[in-house]
Design a binder for this molecule. Structure first.
Ligand code: IPE
Ligand code: IPE
Ligand code: MG
Length: 253
């Protein structure tokens, strides 16, 4: 029995977020350049997006490039941007075939013009798809996103569109880049690092965190199924007691 068959399809996480980490170490293990790791990481992206869509996951966010990653050596940044442009261009027909809609979150103004153009086109060309929302976090960091949201809130207060007294947690949620998506219920990080690295700090408030030593270029559908099964075996209490949660389940059924 494959791990896939053990997954309870009724209880899939509505949103999975992944920190795709370990490309550089994967390449180094093979005596190759870091860019070789990124190139092979694209194959994992394809496989995981396909796997998530097949299962019926509604939202998948992939952390592909952080604001801090701009500080990497220039050849690596340039290589990553070229890989991005090339991959998007190639993948649009597959996204459309699989009814996948592409979204981007992050400071897109930092991207090279060519990458921005390719992204805009891909977002447009997939905009009527109704299946999986594939959300690429590019030039993204959570603190950038929060600062950006606060700036927009302040502008709306200044223009009298919003009263300070009316600001709630929902208001903040609406000003984040992820306003149209539910919060991730499962966050996966590959490569054995146990940190969040400035990813969705607000949205991950109650996410289940899953860490695996597998390096991103080795991560495949079976690894995704493992993570989902682990998630489904957890009790999510949201501050309540275990007894309350069990009682709620009985009442529901
Ligand atoms: C993740 O792999 C991809 C990006 C951050 C762009 P890394 O490039 O961080 O790989 P390691 O962590 O150095 O192995
Ligand atoms: C986080 O990975 C960013 C992405 C996966 C895109 P990093 O490799 O940049 O994170 P740190 O530096 O290990 O925290
Ligand atoms: Mg890394």
């Amino acid at each position: 029995m494959s791990q896939k068959d053990k997954i309870n399809i009724q209880q899939l996480p509505k949103h999975i977020a992944i920190i795709m980490d370990g490309n550089g170490r994967w390449a180094k293990e093979k005596g190759e350049d870091r860019l070789f790791g990124h190139l092979n990481g694209v194959e994992s992206v394809r496989n995981i997006v396909e796997g998530a869509a097949e299962l019926g996951i509604q939202n998948l966010t992939l952390y592909a490039f952080s604001t801090e990653n701009w500080d990497r050596p220039e050849y690596e940044v340039t290589g990553l941007m070229e890989l991005l442009v090339e991959t998007i261009r190639k993948e649009v027909p597959t996204l459309n075939k699989n009814n996948i809609r592409l979204h981007v979150i992050g400071d897109i103004s930092m991207l090279p013009a060519m990458a921005k153009k390719e992204l805009d086109e891909a977002i447009n060309e997939t905009s009527t798809n109704t299946g999986l929302n594939l959300i690429m976090a590019l030039s993204y960091s959570s603190r950038w996103e929060i600062a950006h949201a606060v700036k927009k809130i302040a502008e709306d207060v200044k223009q009298n569109k919003l009263q300070p007294g009316d600001i709630t947690q929902q208001t903040i949620q609406q000003y984040l880049c992820t306003s149209q998506f539910p919060d991730p219920e499962l966050m996966i990080r590959t490569s054995g690092e146990y940190r969040i690295s400035n990813f969705l700090l607000y949205q991950l408030a109650y996410a289940e965190l899953y860490f695996t030593n597998t390096l991103w270029p080795d991560f495949r559908k079976e690894n995704l199924y493992e993570a989902i099964l682990d998630y489904q075996n957890r009790e999510r209490r949201f501050g309540k007691t275990s007894e309350q949660i069990k009682q709620e389940e009985i009442t529901k059924s």
